[in-house]
Design a protein around this ligand. Sequence first.
Ligand SMILES: Nc1ncnc2c1ncn2[C@@H]1O[C@H](COP(=O)(O)OP(=O)(O)OP(=O)(O)O)[C@@H](O)[C@H]1O
Length: 323
Amino acid sequence: MAILEVDGLRKEYGDFPAVEGSTFAIERGEVFGVVGPNGAGKTTTLKMLAGLVEPTAGTAVVAGRQPGEPAMQRRLGFLPEESPLYEDMTATDYLEFFADLYDVPGEVATERIADTLDRLDLEHRDRRIGNMSKGMKRKVAIARALVNDPDVLIFDEPASGLDPLTTNYIIEFTRELSEQGKTIVFSAHNLYHVESICDRVAVMNDGRIIARGSVDEIRDEHGGTEYHVYATKDGSDALDDDQSRAIEVTREETNDGQQVRHVVADMASVEAIREAVEAEGGRVTDIQTKTPSLEDIFLEIASGADPDAERNRTRNRDAEAEP
Ligand SMILES: Nc1ncnc2c1ncn2[C@@H]1O[C@H](COP(=O)(O)OP(=O)(O)OP(=O)(O)O)[C@@H](O)[C@H]1O
């Protein structure tokens, strides 16, 4: 059953549509990534889910409640992109203060806060927040989002601008939260992280969701796996243009000029190339599969360019190991 349902959610700032009617549902326990270039509408979407921005139209229902309702706020934890903290307080005092606002009983709060800070590996928790490093402050902000033990977590760029070690720590911690059964919606620019922990993803551009699904589904929809078939030149030249257009994405000589690389989209086309090459006395020397990363796909769909052309352009830039 969906724990979070969004229907036609829209936000206009003046005449400017920051989010143009998003519709999606998130299942209990899912990790759902929202990705897109700067200004795509990710933060506005997340803030509408958290009840911090009033939608111009449409609805968002979290755990059966409208954003902003007190009963819903108790079940939700929000980590803003930038979270100002009370610099004069220690982490522990600050988190106890927020636990109190959520009416978490004192002993439960003390135990929960200590446990969360242990799991986040936050040292110097009695240091003034103002004297903490950026990574430590981010961990305190994450702990604040967890102080009410929410079912649904909305994390806006949880690890942005942090060193690789702290980033990995936070991503792994997010994975652990999901394994505990929390539902997590998060935005990130690092698509490797999104791909590594998200069950499903929404790709936003100019206020619209332009692709949605598991990374594999998005990959299939936008080109899927490619097969690179390397063959001797003699046989390759025998493929006539009509035959080639029907099955090949691209065909080009390898750098050493000795072979031809045929790029095709499915195994049937691999076999068709092999037959055509062998019929002319040539032979296939190697077959490689290339699976586009979420980053490749993102560049392709966010650029709005012809998907195949864009993917090939990106791929061809990368030096490939040729047999
Ligand atoms: N309070 C506001 N008033 C006017 N325009 C706004 C406001 N908040 C956001 N916008 C505009 O709405 C659009 C979407 O902004 P949003 O912050 O949601 O994008 P984003 O995808 O989170 O971007 P980023 O990756 O840079 O954080 C942008 O063009 C932004 O300038």
